[in-house]
Structure formats: C-alpha cells, structure tokens
Design a protein around this ligand. Structure first.
Ligand SMILES: *[C@@H]1O[C@H](CO)[C@@H](O)[C@H](O)[C@H]1NC(C)=O
Ligand SMILES: *[C@@H]1O[C@H](CO)[C@@H](O)[C@H](O)[C@H]1NC(C)=O
Length: 131
C-alpha cells in the first residue's frame, strides 16, 4: 500500500514496491494515472457554406493527463452546445449540421472530457450560409 498526498501531474508513472530490492524489481507494479483537464477545444470546419447541405464541425482537444503514454492513448468524449444548450446524444468529435438559412444565428461550441474531468468550453463559432 502506498499513499501520495498533494498529487501533481509529475507523480504519474509506474510504481512498484517490496520488502527487498529484488522483490521491488520483480514486476507486478501499478501505473498511476493523474487526470487533468483536457486542453481548451477548438471548433473547426467550413464556416461559409451553401444552404441545404450538411457540414461537419470538429472539436479538437488533447488530453493533458499524465503519464504521456496514457494521454496519447486516451479517447476523449465530447459535449456539443448550440447557444448555451447542450445538444443531446452528440458525444463524438464531429457534429453534422444541416445548413438552413436561419442557422446563422446559432453559436456552436464544445467541451471535451477525460474520464470525469471536463475541459473549458471552446470559443463559439457561427456558420454563414451562402444563399
Ligand atoms: C493536439 O496535439 C497535436 C499533436 O501534439 C497538436 O498538433 C495539436 O495542435 C493539439 N491540438 C490542440 C487543440 O491542442
Ligand atoms: C441561438 O441564439 C440566437 C440569438 O439569440 C437565436 O436567434 C437562435 O434561434 C438560437 N438558436 C437556438 C437553436 O436556440
């Protein structure tokens, strides 16, 4: 059993122990993962689009949890918002939108989540339908 107080991102990594040096080096340790807020997402995608078409917005963000080899493998989940309202059932990186004329008033933004730790909200984007 071990205890770490006031944990920081640098504490993440492989821990092992034992009564003797040989025991400690013989494997069977644990990897300690320290979760951290993912980076603030950016919403990318075509902003100037013809009406009556579908477009794809992408929420890009990275895990900042440690160790690095964990954060490279992690799959973030995503939450999309139109104005201040969460869009139900949209939990992937991409949001497919049908472009109608009145879509120009909507502000789209997203957050990303690593385990239970949620990022800051992205800056909102607006779509400019070309009529
Ligand atoms: C995420 O990481 C990749 C590779 O390190 C980098 O190119 C990209 O800009 C990062 N994206 C964000 C939103 O921080
Ligand atoms: C978002 O806000 C704008 C401006 O207040 C409003 O015109 C638009 O209808 C809203 N969109 C939704 C989907 O609520």
């Amino acid at each position: 059993m071990f205890e770490i107080r006031y944990i920081t991102l640098d504490d993440a990594g492989y821990y092992n122990g034992g009564m003797t040096a040989e025991a400690a080096w013989s494997g069977g340790g644990v990897v300690l993962i320290v979760y951290n807020k993912p980076s603030k997402p950016k919403v990318t995608g075509d902003h100037n689009v013809e009406v009556n078409r579908y477009i794809l917005l992408t929420c890009s963000s990275n895990s900042t949890s440690t160790p690095d080899y964990y954060s490279k493998l992690v799959t973030l989940s995503y939450t999309w918002f139109v104005n201040e309202t969460k869009i139900d059932k949209e939990t992937t990186e991409s949001l497919k939108l049908y472009v109608a004329k009145d879509i120009r008033y909507n502000r789209y933004s997203c957050t990303s989540t690593d385990e239970d730790v949620e990022s800051d909200r992205s800056d909102p984007v607006q779509i400019n339908p070309l009529c």
